[in-house]
Design a protein around this ligand. Structure first.
Ligand SMILES: NC(=O)c1ccc[n+]([C@@H]2O[C@H](COP(=O)([O-])OP(=O)(O)OC[C@H]3O[C@@H](n4cnc5c(N)ncnc54)[C@H](OP(=O)(O)O)[C@@H]3O)[C@@H](O)[C@H]2O)c1
Length: 365
């Protein structure tokens, strides 16, 4: 008997080049002093040297800005030691930096938007079509009108620029990536059903444990689980945005106004009474969940009770879980889950997107 030994294939020229070459990628971080932005800077400082050594990708923090200041250095900033210029003209300076990005001869560049700002989101299309990569956990751009969602996909294609927003749904849980893979292999998605609000599942965990609504909300806020404006969570607006993005990535053409939304509370002031009343009449073998669903008939967010043995009932505080039914996976659907909220884990997901975007830009050169 002869044994056929299989050798690893010789590296291609491109592989060999990548192993030895270092590619500088400029990074502009918007919202560096927010919860996610701060956690991301810690990751950048800790992980950039390893990334440079292992992958030849040199992430170079060129600028960091919010509405109150700008830090900028052509030689690169220390992510953990930013010195902000609080000059009132700093936005004009940032604009000059941003307008310059993507020009021929400049290093490839990624803008990371860690704000919840519509104003910043309005600039993505321009950056993408100029070849500048955009990475963001900000939902506003992709959850707006369908035409805008498509415009951004087109701009990224035209500019050959990475456009990554995995953390807009399910924080660092890979959700949008698997959906893209499923669609790329031609497998139609039939139905999505998920518990996708880390903040609302945290509140429900605490409510079922006997805490009052007010108390649970304060705890969720102090842990950084809620949106900057908690009414975004309580009125399920934030969840509806996630559902719009998720549905679109699954191939359902949803407009935001068409999503049926049941809020978590009528108002913050009535939350204690509403939930005390609801829980008083809930059988002990049932649990409340906030379900987000989409299929060919549309998208909806609603409160529902599920039995204690449902996979949705077993979620711990802050967890998300999504069930994906497809043409080929209907009796055994795909389940995705994990930590769905929190600045640290969201920043980790953003950093994954930054690394993937940087690789795409490095290979483009
Ligand atoms: N926290 C989470 O667990 C989580 C999970 C998933 C997704 N996200 C998303 O991540 C994003 C950031 O969340 P966060 O919790 O980090 O919010 P945050 O703590 O409020 O931070 C946002 C930062 O953005 C800056 N900012 C706001 N508007 C700006 C503008 N127009 N231009 C420049 N900077 C601006 C703010 O600084 P100034 O006020 O000084 O400008 C602030 O420091 C949001 O889109 C959120 O939906 C968060």
């Amino acid at each position: 008997m002869t044994l056929a030994l299989r050798h690893a294939p010789a590296p291609t020229t491109a592989h060999a080049r990548a192993a030895t070459r270092v590619t500088r990628i400029d990074v502009v971080l918007i919202g560096p002093r927010g919860q996610v932005g701060t956690a991301l800077r810690t990751l950048l400082a800790a992980q950039a040297p390893r990334l440079r050594a292992q992958s030849g990708i040199d992430l170079h923090l060129l600028a960091a800005a919010d509405r109150h200041g700008l830090a900028f250095d052509l030689h690169g900033l220390d992510p953990l030691d930013l010195h902000f210029d609080h000059h009132p003209q700093h936005t004009a300076t940032l604009d000059r930096v941003l307008n310059h990005l993507g020009h021929p001869g400049q290093p490839p560049c990624i803008v990371i938007d860690c704000t919840a700002s519509a104003e910043v989101a309005a600039r993505y299309a321009g950056w993408l079509s100029a070849g500048v990569g955009v990475v963001t956990p900000n939902k506003l751009a992709n959850a707006g009108p369908l035409a805008r969602y498509r415009e951004l996909q087109d701009a990224a294609r035209r500019g050959g620029a990475p456009w990554r927003y995995e953390t807009t749904v399910g924080a660092a849980i890979p959700v949008l990536g698997p959906l893209a893979d499923i669609r790329q292999r031609g497998e139609p998605v039939r139905r999505l059903r998920g518990v996708l609000s880390g903040s609302l599942s945290f509140l429900l965990d605490r409510l079922h444990a006997g805490q009052s609504f007010d108390h649970a909300l304060r705890e969720a806020q102090s842990r950084g689980y809620t949106e900057p404006d908690p009414d975004e969570d309580l009125q399920a607006r934030d969840l509806a945005r996630k559902l719009v993005i998720l549905a679109r990535e699954a191939g359902f053409d949803v407009e935001p106004e068409a999503v049926q939304v049941q809020p978590f509370v009528t108002s913050r002031a009535s939350g204690n009474a509403e939930w005390a009343q609801r829980l008083a009449t809930t059988p002990t073998d049932q649990r409340w969940v906030v379900l987000a669903e989409a299929d060919a008939n549309g998208a909806r967010v609603h409160l529902a009770t599920v039995s204690n043995d449902s996979p949705f009932a077993a979620l711990r505080a802050g967890e998300n879980r999504l069930c994906v039914e497809t043409e080929w996976q209907s009796d055994k659907p795909l389940w995705l889950g994990g930590a769905g909220a929190g600045p640290q884990i969201t920043a980790a997901g953003v950093f994954s997107d930054v690394v993937a975007a940087a690789r795409q830009l490095a290979w483009r050169r």
